[in-house]
Design a protein. Structure first.
Length: 319
């Protein structure tokens, strides 16, 4: 569908929904309550849900002007799904919004005003807060091979290595003030359509994970500032949009390897594969200590071996 020049909205809000019926409805209801002084459209793509989401979301969109449901017969994943939905968007600016978020009043208006007034076509994300109001310290720095050496491993907090872990997780930043950052999560991200088209959207080989990391890396390479705006608040039920995906761990590892191959070459990818094996050995040892019963220990280690085999299989998509 061609983007229309006439009556073009200021902001297109793009949401993916996969088996998160109640969360998705809460996300839409928060948008419907928001007071806006700009033109907007809300597009929600149901990504092949089987929990009744599509029917519930369709009923909501029928009752609310400016809300439109898109449907896919299969789960396209995060990268492909967002790219497909953005292709249907008409706005001058885009807001990528997770279905497990609820925007607080005025948050999107603040984000939109920031990207409109700042020079250099920046990208901006809000402060994410938990349902209890506490701040999620969610921004990270772009991961390199040093991060792969320590990530989720016992030596991450050793005195000579902890600086890598601290730097990656922005432990020098309390997330209570605004500043430029390297990689905010894509739970809520606002950028111009022109910028999106310039970088080519999400890399579809990164099916579910690391696509936001890759996007931020390419944005920075293109000279775009990425800003964290603490004055804009969005509630985030962290992890809820992927919690129902049973094969999350191996797919996360495969997408991680794909990301490192893209940005650090075949040797970088081989190093990450090796560190995933090391993490598997650490878990193997922990399972031995955790399960005194031999049968329980064997069953847990067999499951771990299957997950590792899937993670290191070389596949790139969901299957």
């Amino acid at each position: 569908m061609e983007r229309q020049a006439a009556k073009r909205p200021d902001l297109s809000i793009v949401i993916l929904s996969w088996n998160t019926r109640e969360l998705s409805l809460a996300c839409l209801e928060a948008l419907a309550r928001d007071e806006i002084d700009y033109g907007r459209e809300v597009l929600i793509l149901d990504n092949g849900s089987d929990d009744g989401s599509a029917e519930a979301l369709d009923a909501f969109c029928q009752d609310h002007e400016g809300f439109r449901l898109l449907r896919s017969d299969e789960n396209l994943g995060y990268a492909i799904g967002n790219n497909r939905a953005v292709a249907e968007a008409h706005g001058r600016y885009l807001c990528l919004l997770n279905s497990d978020t609820e925007v607080q009043p005025g948050a999107l208006a603040r984000l939109l005003r920031f990207v409109e007034k700042e020079t250099g076509d920046p990208v901006v994300s809000p402060k994410l807060v938990n349902p209890d109001g506490s701040t999620q310290r969610a921004c990270k720095r772009i991961p390199g091979l040093g991060v792969a050496l320590v990530y989720d491993l016992p030596w991450a907090r050793w005195p000579l290595l902890r600086w890598i872990d601290d730097r990656y997780y922005y432990r020098d930043f309390d997330h209570e003030s605004s500043r430029d950052v390297e990689q905010p999560p894509a739970a809520c991200l606002v950028l111009s359509r022109e910028t999106w088209d310039e970088v080519g959207g999400f890399d579809e080989y990164l099916w579910l994970f690391y696509n936001d990391v890759d996007l931020c890396r390419r944005l920075a390479r293109g000279g775009h500032r990425i800003h964290y705006l603490a004055e804009a608040r969005v509630m985030h039920h962290e992890g809820a949009s992927t919690r129902n995906f049973s094969r999350m761990v191996p797919l996360w590892a495969r997408n991680r390897i794909t990301y490192y191959r893209k940005h650090h070459g075949r040797l970088g990818a081989a190093f990450v594969r090796w560190m995933i094996r090391v993490r598997g050995w650490v878990e193997w040892w922990r399972l031995g200590r955790r399960h005194a019963d031999p049968e329980s220990r064997r069953a847990s280690r067999k499951e771990l071996a299957e997950v590792l085999a899937d993670a290191l299989s070389g596949k790139t998509g969901q299957t």
